[in-house]
Design a protein around this ligand. Structure first.
Ligand SMILES: Cc1cc2nc3c(=O)[nH]c(=O)nc-3n(C[C@H](O)[C@H](O)[C@H](O)COP(=O)(O)OP(=O)(O)OC[C@H]3O[C@@H](n4cnc5c(N)ncnc54)[C@H](O)[C@@H]3O)c2cc1C
Length: 570
């Protein structure tokens, strides 16, 4: 064929334009150095613990968080891209037709799990079983959720399983290895493992919130060595975990069981991965449907105590949902501020333009309120074993916080996304991934309505929970007229056992959450407190973000959220 004639070209034929007015890359960043709100919240909650943690352990905790923040804002951000883009694949059979029931992950998934577990995201609190352990782990979990929420699912479940496993002497090695700072993805029996991860199987086709509707049957073996499970689970995330805490109907009622994936002799336990869920988001995490064909399992607690056992773990998993919602807000906010600081429109930087400043300041107020609540509840969880009032606050605060912060996260992420304009709708900006992930923390571990009804149940059955919240609210003192009025609305239900109608549960829990957040912001003298109280309590706010009233230090709020002088950590 004749070659095409060469066009008469200028010297640089493909130079059509210069790339201008795009923001520089967001990372690598030091997520600890960037985040004054996190640093303040951590220092405050650790300082208020009773008894005080040893200075050495405080310093160890701070260093662990600071060093993980550099990894999370650096290589982990890149691994997260790969782990989400190349989604887990189900390998039901090998090439010869044998069932293998395995899920293949991108290597980045394993790097994320390995790094997180080595740095304590799953096990810090159990290896540092003294005051402060849960507060430090909460900060680690918050950092991890910002960067890679998919792996946060197995990390959270592994963390939450440890206390119930610890109580079963026969399962001591499971508890010990779930708390170990070692990730070992090999398919080998637990005895040969350096560390294990744990999943949870509660939800069945006919009921998730109502786990008493479970139909999976647990039949005791005649020799007393365990149970056989027959049935199914409609959602089972992280199916490559080493063991699963399963709910099943035993002769004495619904029980909780530990089901290993690999048996002692190295053979596969008798359950099948039917398919992986095709999910809205959470793509790095595999969530499966399974069938149980006589799988061997060991009791965790007595027959009939399954719900009680699961509820013990739920306080910890709900705390992580709350931290996860706060973390999604944080990452979305940081990206929005970063972009608006560099992008110009109509001849000026976006950040200086009054309406965009209002949007970003409003988001900053919301994100700070979410984090201070999450870290306060983390302290309550930390102190729960030593202090009944803190145990009561942890009991109710995890439900209140999970409901409200996770409810707010999707709308928050969407607002932050829009700050990036069209770029915020494009995968590389991370915003679409955050947006797809955002609704999930509200759905699992008890969906929104379930949390709200649980708050009413706690107030009715455990009046000490109302007293614990009231003590938090009055600790803020006068707090201004909006605050005084807001807590007055709550007084009867919290202190006198006045019943709230179930149909009003959402409105009530929302008020409770806002009052708790305001109380914390006021007590610490946060620059966000005035804006929070006027807008969220006093009604000087619209239904959308970017509707803060005038007269607030909006520039300072944005600067506090992401200081201008800090760019990359690399
Ligand atoms: C990606 C993903 C991963 C998951 N992974 C796991 C896992 O690993 N293990 C596991 O066990 N489960 C898992 N789940 C399941 C999850 O926990 C359940 O979907 C959730 O608890 C809700 O249960 P359900 O889907 O059966 O909905 P339902 O229980 O049918 O609830 C539907 C709606 O009704 C509301 N509702 C229920 N009862 C009431 C009431 N009395 N009054 C008012 N409203 C009510 C709920 O709040 C919800 O909004 C996962 C779910 C998802 C999406």
């Amino acid at each position: 064929m004749e070659p095409l004639p060469q066009a008469q070209e200028p010297a640089a034929p493909f130079e059509t334009h210069r790339v201008e007015n795009q923001s520089p890359p967001f990372g690598p960043r030091d997520l600890w150095r960037d985040d004054a709100v996190l640093r303040d919240a951590l220092a405050r909650e650790l300082s208020l613990l009773q008894p005080q943690p040893e200075p050495g352990s405080l310093e160890e905790g701070r260093q662990a968080i600071a060093s993980y923040a550099v990894l999370a804002g650096g290589p982990a951000l890149e691994w997260a891209d790969d782990a989400h883009r190349d989604r887990p694949r189900l390998l039901s059979h090998d090439r010869f037709g044998h069932r293998i029931d395995r899920v293949a992950f991108h290597p980045a998934y394993h790097s994320l799990m390995d790094t997180a577990i080595r740095h304590g995201v799953a096990g810090w609190s159990w290896r540092h079983d003294h005051p402060g352990g849960h507060v430090v782990r909460a900060a680690l979990s918050y950092l991890h959720h910002q960067v890679e929420p998919g792996t946060s699912c197995p990390l959270t479940m592994t963390h939450a399983a440890v206390p119930v496993l610890r109580r079963e002497r026969a399962l001591a090695q499971w508890a010990e290895k779930a708390a170990a700072p070692l990730y070992d993805p090999r398919e080998v029996p637990v005895a040969d493992k350096a560390g294990v991860t744990i999943g949870m199987g509660m939800t069945e086709k006919q009921g998730g919130s109502d786990v008493r509707a479970n139909t999976t049957v647990a039949t005791p073996l005649a020799d007393g060595s365990g149970y056989r499970l027959v049935g199914h689970k409609w959602f089972l995330s992280a199916p490559m975990s080493d063991g699963f805490l399963m709910l099943a109907q035993a002769p004495g009622g619904l029980g909780c069981f530990l089901m290993p994936r690999v048996l002692e002799d190295g053979s596969k336990n008798a359950f099948r991965l039917i398919r992986l869920k095709d999910k809205l988001g959470d793509w790095s995490n595999a969530s499966s449907e399974i069938e149980l064909c006589g799988a061997l399992a060991f009791p965790v607690g007595a027959e009939g105590r399954g719900v009680a056992t699961i509820l013990e773990m739920v306080m910890l998993t709900r705390l992580d949902c709350l931290l996860g919602g706060a973390a999604q807000m944080r990452m979305a906010l940081a990206r929005a501020i970063h972009h608006c600081r560099h992008r110009r429109a109509f001849g000026k930087r976006l950040l200086g333009q009054p309406l965009m400043t209002n949007v970003l300041a409003d988001l900053a107020v919301e994100a700070e309120a979410a984090l201070v609540l999450a870290m306060r509840i983390a302290r309550a969880v930390d102190a729960a074993e030593r202090d009944p009032a803190e145990a009561a606050l942890a009991r109710i605060g995890t439900a209140v916080g999970k409901y409200w912060v996770c409810r707010r996260a999707p709308a928050f992420v969407n607002e932050a996304q829009e700050c990036l304009g069209g770029n915020g709708y494009i995968e590389e900006s991370l915003m679409p991934r955050l947006y797809r992930q955002a609704p999930l923390n509200s759905i699992w571990e008890g969906s929104g309505n379930i949390q709200c009804l649980d708050v009413l149940r706690a107030l009715q059955r455990e009046p000490e929970t109302g007293a614990a919240v009231w003590a938090e609210l009055v600790a803020a003192g006068e707090g201004g007229s909006e605050y005084a009025q807001a807590i007055e609305h709550l007084r009867a239900a919290l202190t006198e056992g006045a019943a709230v109608e179930p149909a009003q549960a959402r409105r009530f829990v929302e008020r409770l959450a806002l009052a708790l957040q305001a109380s914390l912001l006021l007590r610490v003298g946060s620059p966000a407190a005035q804006g929070f109280c006027r807008s969220r309590l006093g009604g000087e706010h619209g239904l959308a973000m970017g509707t803060l009233p005038s007269g607030l230090p909006m520039d300072a709020l944005i600067e506090r959220a992401l200081p201008a002088g800090l760019s990359t950590s690399g």
